[in-house]
Design a protein around this ligand. Structure first.
Ligand code: ADP
Ligand code: MG
Length: 232
């Protein structure tokens, strides 16, 4: 059960990134590296929003390089702007089940359960603007959870939250991913967040995505490019 970036070359304007590596499913993986290093570019490619220049992406041995984003085994969550402002929290979550929002009674119940699971019981009627930033991210996570995709990708999801709430959210995501036996790819700028949630870390720097390594081992003895970035 593997995600493979096979001699992948990605471009964003002048920028180019190579990735030739495998990710074993079931891990929680942090993506670390300098700003502008290509972390979002790599996640976009796996999500199908960025067509590679060359190379292939394989999932469980199947070539998904040309697969439509909606058909990919992934959910991608951004730092913010994950919700539709004109829809309620419950409707935003319901989109994870049915894009046309024509939910059955059972599906409505599922949405209520998801709200409860992220600590927002009874708040389903609120619109995003009536919720705090942390609550909005919980709604987005609840929707991601209902989608039940094997790969959950979070692109700096909790950067705007304070430390206490952030840890709570990391624990929530970790528990959800473990229960679903899913794979987590999470961009972070904080080594302590990587240590908190991930067992492996994928370093992206100088135009290259490196194979995942044990997070503790990597951070105990970081390569120069990572030391420069961390300022240690
Ligand atoms: P990271 O997420 O690690 O901060 P990104 O993947 O967002 O880095 O960006 C990698 C590089 O690609 C950056 O140098 C950035 O300037 C460039 N880039 C990102 N998006 C675009 C775009 N839409 N058009 C042109 N260049 C882009
Ligand atoms: Mg980014």
């Amino acid at each position: 059960m593997t995600i493979t970036f096979d001699k992948l070359e990605l471009r964003q304007g002048e920028f180019s990134l190579t990735a030739d590596l495998q990710i074993e499913e079931g891990h929680k993986i942090a993506l670390l590296g300098p700003s502008g290093g290509g972390k979002s570019t790599l996640l976009s490619a796996l999500a199908g929003f960025n067509t590679p220049q060359s190379g292939r992406i394989l999932w469980r041995g199947e070539d998904i390089t040309g697969t439509h984003p909606a058909q990919r085994p992934v959910t991608l969550l951004f730092q913010d702007h994950n919700l539709f402002p004109h829809l309620s929290a419950a409707q935003n979550i319901g989109l994870g089940l049915r894009p046309d929002l024509k939910l059955s009674r059972a599906e409505h119940d599922t949405v209520e359960q998801a709200l409860e699971q992220v600590g927002l019981k009874g708040q389903g009627a609120k619109r995003p603007a009536q919720l705090s930033g942390g609550q909005q991210q919980r709604v987005a996570i609840a929707r991601a959870l209902l989608r039940e995709k094997p790969i959950l990708m979070l692109d700096e999801p909790f950067a705007a939250l304070g430390p206490a709430l952030k840890h709570e959210m990391l624990d929530l995501v970790g528990a959800i991913v473990d229960a679903a036996k899913a794979t987590l790819l999470m961009v972070t700028h904080q080594p302590e967040d990587a240590l908190h949630i991930s067992d492996q870390t994928l370093l992206i720097a100088e135009g290259k995505a490196h194979a995942p390594q044990d997070t503790r081992t990597l951070l105990a003895n970081p390569p120069l490019v990572l030391r420069n970035y961390l300022g240690t």
